[in-house]
Design a protein around this ligand. Structure first.
Ligand code: GAR
Length: 197
């Protein structure tokens, strides 16, 4: 059984969607598409990330590598790599992990590092994607699963889902609509990658 490690900074709803897909496969009624992997650990850079509790409730090992306790990005990434590599993961899954990674980190996981971003990349890399889509008058918004490169929110696109931007939408309402799609496309994309890697 392959292992994956999921990195989070916040609520962890994408992490939970992937973890539930992994656990369903172990039950008596397999879904049409199982994940084919075990979530070996969920690691957060924030001790207060809500997703840590969610992961623990799902029976998954958790760890915190607090970026605030390191003097440099390099030192933080080195500690993070050590925590990840203890689980020998086939894939490292960024799920709302809000840290810019060093080139050394990205190179270390070349071909094994994926992210989900809350926009239809290459539109709206960076932060505040939903408000920016509303401000630009976009009729569609969405989410993208992509390989991670040293360029922020760039890399081969593996999956996308689009949702309508509705009249009067707030960033929060649009984010919630996008997230329901994220929870569908991310587990599928991870499963596809694990099958083909
Ligand atoms: C998700 O919507 C994800 O697309 C976004 O953070 C949210 C995390 O939610 N990621 C980024 O903005 C990365 N640049 P979650 O913690 O509930 O999965």
């Amino acid at each position: 059984m392959q292992h994956i490690v999921i990195l989070i900074s916040g609520a962890g709803s994408n992490m939970a969607a992937i973890a539930r897909a992994a656990q369903r496969e172990r039950g008596p009624e397999p879904p049409p598409r199982g994940l084919g992997a075990r979530v070996a650990a969920v690691i957060s850079n924030r001790p207060d990330a809500g997703g840590l509790r969610v992961a623990a409730e799902l029976g998954i090992a958790t760890a915190v590598v607090d970026h605030k306790t390191f003097a440099s990005r390099e030192a933080f990434d080195a500690a993070l790599m050590q925590a990840i590599d203890a689980h020998a993961p086939a894939l490292v899954v960024l799920a709302g992990f809000m840290r810019v990674l060093t080139p050394g980190f990205v190179a270390h996981y070349a071909g094994r590092l994926v992210n989900i971003h809350p926009s239809l990349l290459p539109a709206f890399p960076g932060l505040h994607t939903h408000q920016r889509a509303i401000d630009e008058g976009c009729k569609l918004a969405g989410a993208t699963v992509h390989r991670v490169t040293t360029e922020l929110d760039r890399g081969d696109i593996l999956a996308q889902a689009a949702v309508p931007v509705l009249p009067g939408d707030t960033a929060e309402a649009l984010a919630a609509r996008v997230q329901t799609q994220e929870h569908l496309i991310y587990p599928r994309a991870v499963a596809d990658l694990l099958r083909t890697s």
